[in-house]
Design a protein around this ligand. Structure first.
Ligand code: ATP
Length: 309
């Protein structure tokens, strides 16, 4: 470790809390030659959090606790481990930390849980090692880790373009949400492949993805009815094609009074926009009773990004 790094370094443990996200607009362009898709992605951070704790150790290790912990890889493919390695490599350090993830965000659920842990570990290691990286330096590493990781760091509400990693902050009022967590995950690349397959089958031109001005106005106004009328997820058809039973979950939430129902990102978590906390409790109860999902979570948006806890 360099002398400069030691000066501001923290002894002991650093814990960072980091939010899940929902996309109220996910506009997907045609596949690019590099296989990625251009996106116009309106992200909202929601108040479901993972907590990432880093502690000095002899070597890089990862542990995870929480209901979905058995689905989280504990090797170097874990995005939190990759974040620690990338940051350490930039500063000529040994990433000798123990990373513990207290996982509350559904795994492989389209809520950017892995991305959240990557952003959380990055900030936690930066603090532990006293590196004092600028936000721009951290965001650059986030973009290297994955398309959704920069947003996990900044949170709030933002428009992501490019692969989703070029962020512009957005104004947003407070919204209330219910999430229905499905059994098993959906692979994001598989959902994009299905999107491409369905688009080829339909043979129609895919428009250049653009944020909807009406949706951005509804967001800024904090108007749930206007937002409900404009939410759109271009991946929803692909997620439903791979997991048709999600249609029953969407119907159950709408039947219970949700203003809008959509697949969250690449799914299979489904998101329900509701008017207020009372409606959230009612919709969550109806979803649980419907037998169409594994569990439900109630949350609000926007939530802050990665924050020391
Ligand atoms: P996104 O919404 O960004 O597409 P997701 O929420 O659908 O992501 P994740 O929970 O991020 O999905 O998990 C996707 C895969 O990433 C998992 O199946 C797992 O193999 C891998 N992964 C790597 N690191 C993590 C992590 N820290 N937590 C959860 N999954 C991780």
């Amino acid at each position: 470790m360099s002398a400069g790094a030691v000066t501001g370094a923290v002894t002991g443990a650093v814990t960072v809390r980091v939010p899940a996200k929902v996309n109220v607009q996910l506009a997907v362009g045609a596949a690019r030659p590099d296989g990625f898709h251009d996106l116009a992605n309106v992200f909202l951070a929601v108040s479901l959090y993972d907590e990432v704790t880093v502690t000095p150790a002899d070597a890089l290790t990862v542990t995870c606790s929480g209901p979905d912990a058995d689905q989280v890889p504990l090797d170097r493919t874990n995005l939190a481990a990759r974040a620690a390695e990338l940051l350490a490599a930039r500063h000529g350090l040994d990433p000798a930390v123990h990373i513990h993830i207290a996982k509350n965000i559904p795994v492989a659920g389209g809520m950017a849980g892995g991305s959240a842990d990557g952003a959380g570990a990055l900030l936690a290691c930066d603090l532990l090692w006293g590196l004092e990286s600028t936000p721009a330096e951290l965001l650059e590493i986030c973009a290297e880790l994955g398309s959704d990781v920069p947003f996990s760091l900044v949170g709030g509400a933002a428009l992501g373009t490019g692969r989703g990693e070029q962020l512009a902050p957005l104004e947003s009022g407070i919204f209330h949400w219910v999430f229905a967590v499905a059994d098993g995950g959906l692979s994001t690349p598989a959902v994009f492949r299905e999107f491409d397959r369905l688009a080829a089958e339909a043979g129609t031109d895919i428009p250049v993805p653009e944020a909807s001005p009406r949706l951005l106005a509804a967001l800024a106004a904090g108007d749930p009815d206007a937002l409900a009328a404009t939410v759109v997820n271009d991946l929803q058809g692909a997620a439903l094609s791979l997991r048709p039973q999600l249609g029953r979950t969407l119907d159950a939430g709408l039947g219970a009074g949700a203003l809008a129902a959509l697949v969250s990102g690449s799914g299979p978590t489904t998101a329900f926009l509701v008017r207020d906390p009372e409606s959230a409790a009612k919709v969550a109860e109806a979803l649980a009773a419907s037998g169409t999902c594994r569990t439900t979570r109630v949350a609000t948006s926007p939530a802050p990004g990665a924050t020391r806890h």
